[in-house]
Design a protein around this ligand. Structure first.
Ligand code: 5GP
Ligand code: ZN
Length: 122
């Protein structure tokens, strides 16, 4: 998809702060973070939305979901490490379609976490 910004990041034609890459997916930090740690897990295949996934994407979706806690841990938003926030942990979210707030129509899993100093707890 020539016009797709995430395809361009996958192809390396526009830069991103990459945190992970394998044959099937990449992860990079969100350019406009909504949390202290906010990264996106993105399949290399151009799939517009979660609603476009089918049986053939089952393994890919599983890999994306399983990467979330591992990478969250590495990047300082892990649930295994209570020092990462008041209780540790993160949100993992697929915005899907206009009513889901999706802006980039290339499937991506948002992972958001990290300490929440504005809550006055740390
Ligand atoms: P959506 O609303 O589609 O679920 O989220 C798209 C996300 O992609 C937004 O959080 C936005 O900040 C992020 N984003 C959009 N363009 C770029 C970009 O060029 N680079 C990076 N790293 N993130 C982007
Ligand atoms: Zn794309």
């Amino acid at each position: 998809m020539d016009s797709c910004i995430f395809c361009k990041i996958v192809a390396g034609t526009i830069p991103a702060k990459k945190a992970y890459e394998d044959d099937d997916m990449i992860a990079f930090h969100d350019i406009n973070p909504a949390a202290p740690v906010h990264f996106l897990i993105v399949p290399k295949e151009h799939i517009p939305t979660l609603a476009d996934c089918g049986d053939k994407h089952q393994a890919l979706l599983g890999k994306m979901m399983l990467l979330a806690p591992k990478l969250a841990q590495e990047l300082g938003a892990g649930y295994e490490n209570a020092e990462d926030g008041p209780d540790g942990g993160f949100k993992a979210l697929f915005n899907t379609g206009p009513d889901g707030g999706q802006e980039v129509y290339h499937l991506h899993l948002h992972v958001m976490g990290g300490s929440r100093p504005w809550k006055g707890q740390r």
